[in-house]
Design a protein around this ligand. Sequence first.
Ligand code: ZN
Length: 68
Amino acid sequence: MPEAAPTPRPSRCPICGKPTAEKLRPFCSRRCADIDLNRWLSGVYAVPGKPEEAEDETPPGKPASDQE
Ligand SMILES: [Zn+2]
């Protein structure tokens, strides 16, 4: 089907939704880029799936110091 989607450029700041600045793609401003970076960084620390909190819980019925 010759129905090519007209996507010249998805210029939309993912942070605030404003038109993207070519220099700061895909963001509209340095500030938004910074915000995204911060989100990303904090996300990296939060994402790994195993928060330290869970590590504090010992699995029941399996003492770790009883393997030798
Ligand atoms: Zn923005």
